[in-house]
Design a protein around this ligand. Structure first.
Ligand code: UDP
Ligand code: MG
Length: 342
C-alpha cells in the first residue's frame, strides 16, 4: 500500500495532464520516498483525457485511472475515486495545478507530524474575478452559520485524509455528496493550512455559474435545515404581526379618532373584516407550511441515513450490535456503494 495516494478528478484535461504529472511526480517522489500513487478519475471527458492517463500508466504503473460512463460532475468523480483509492493517506487535488503540489506535501506532513486525520487547504488570496471571489466568500460565510456542524471557512476539496476518514466517508450511504461538507461532518482530528490559490495554468474552468450554483445549493440543503425552517419562522412572525394588526384595525374601527395613517376602516364597510380575515388566514397558512417543513426536516434526516455519530476509539473489549457504530478499521475493504448523477 502506498504511503500517499493522490486522487485527481479530470474533465477534458488532455492539455493539462502531462504538465500535471511532470510537476507532481517528482514532488511526491521526494516526499514519500517513492511510495506514492496517483489515481485519476476521468469524469466522462470528451477529449483524449483517458488516452493520456493510459499512456502515463504505461510509463509508470503507479499512475492509474478510472473512467466514468459520462460526466457525472466533480463531486461524483471524487466519491468514485475515494472508493478506489488505496493508501495510508489519500490526497485530493485538482489537475489544473491550482492546488500546488508543495502544499499537498505540507498537508501530508501535517497529518503525519500532528497525527491528523484530515488536513485541508484554506484558500487565502485567489486569482479569480471579483464577483466569483465575492460569491465564494458569501457562500462559506452563510454555510458556516447555517450548517448543523462545524464547517471550516474557505476550505475546498483540496486535502489529505487518513484511511480511517476515507472509510468513514465511504460508509455514509447518501448519494448527494458534497465532499468538503461530509469531510468535516465525519470529524476526527482535523486542521487546515492556508495557501494562496493561483489561477488555472491551462485551459478554462470546467465549472460554470450553473454548476457552481447547484453545488452551493446542494451544500446548503444537505447540511442545513434553515431553508426548510424559514416557513415556520415566517409563520410565527406573521402570526404575531397579524394579532397586532387585527388589534389595530379593531381599535380603528371602534374609535374613529384613532386612524391608521389618516385612514378609518369604517369609511368603507367590510374593510376591517377583510383585513382581519386575510392576515389571520395567511398566518395560519404559513404556520401549516412550517409544520410540513418540520416533518420534511425529519424525513430528510432519515433519508440521508447518516449514522447519529461516528466512533473514534474504544477502551475495553466491546462490539456494537449495530455495525454503523463499529470502530472503523482502516485496513478493511471499503464497502461498495453506487454513485448517481447530481
Ligand atoms: N472536474 C470534473 N468534473 C466536472 C468539472 C470539473 O472532474 O464536471 C474536475 C476538473 O478537471 C478539475 C477539478 O474538477 O480537475 C476542478 O475543476 P475546475 O478547475 O474546472 O474548477 P475551478 O477550479 O474553476 O473551481
Ligand atoms: Mg481549477
Amino acid at each position: 500500500m502506498p504511503r500517499l495516494c493522490v486522487l485527481v478528478p479530470c474533465y477534458n484535461e488532455e492539455d493539462m495532464l502531462p504538465e500535471f504529472f511532470e510537476t507532481v511526480m517528482p514532488v511526491l517522489e521526494d516526499a514519500t520516498g517513492g511510495q506514492w500513487s496517483i489515481l485519476c478519475v476521468d469524469d466522462g471527458s470528451r477529449d483524449g483525457t483517458f488516452a493520456v492517463i493510459t499512456e502515463w500508466h504505461r510509463r509508470d504503473s503507479r499512475i492509474s485511472g478510472v473512467r466514468l460512463s459520462r460526466n457525472f460532475g466533480h463531486q461524483a468523480a471524487l466519491s468514485t475515486g475515494l472508493a478506489y483509492a488505496r493508501g495510508e493517506y489519500i490526497g485530493i487535488m485538482d489537475c489544473d495545478l491550482q492546488d500546488p503540489a508543495e502544499v499537498l506535501v505540507e498537508l501530508y506532513r501535517a497529518c503525519l507530524d500532528d497525527e491528523l486525520d484530515v488536513c485541508y487547504g484554506i484558500r487565502g488570496r485567489r486569482d479569480a474575478p471579483w464577483f466569483l471571489r465575492a460569491a465564494y466568500s458569501a457562500f462559506y460565510r452563510i454555510i458556516q452559520k447555517a450548517a448543523d456542524h462545524e464547517w471550516p471557512r474557505d476550505a475546498g476539496d483540496f486535502c489529505v485524509l487518513s484511511a480511517r476518514s476515507q472509510q468513514a466517508l465511504l460508509a455514509l450511504p447518501e448519494q448527494s455528496r458534497m465532499l468538503r461538507g461530509l469531510r468535516s461532518w465525519v470529524g476526527f482530528r482535523q486542521s487546515g493550512i492556508a495557501y494562496n490559490r493561483p489561477a488555472r495554468l491551462r485551459g478554462s474552468s470546467k465549472y460554470n455559474l450553473r454548476k457552481l450554483t447547484a453545488l452551493a445549493l446542494q451544500g446548503l440543503i444537505s447540511f442545513s435545515n434553515i431553508p426548510l425552517r424559514l416557513a415556520s419562522l415566517m409563520g410565527v412572525a406573521m402570526g404575531f404581526f397579524s394579532i397586532l394588526f387585527c388589534a389595530l384595525v379593531l381599535i380603528n374601527r371602534l374609535i374613529p379618532r384613532f386612524t391608521l395613517l389618516g385612514y378609518w376602516v369604517g369609511a368603507n364597510p367590510g374593510t376591517a373584516t377583510l383585513l382581519v380575515f386575510l392576515s389571520f388566514t395567511l398566518s395560519v397558512l404559513f404556520i401549516c407550511l412550517g409544520i410540513i417543513g418540520e416533518y420534511l426536516v425529519l424525513l430528510l434526516q432519515e433519508i440521508k441515513k447518516r449514522p447519529a455519530a461516528i466512533v473514534a476509539s474504544v477502551v475495553g473489549e466491546m462490539r456494537p450490535y449495530d455495525s454503523a457504530y463499529a470502530l472503523l478499521d482502516a485496513s478493511s475493504q471499503p464497502s461498495l456503494w453506487s454513485v448517481t448523477a447530481r
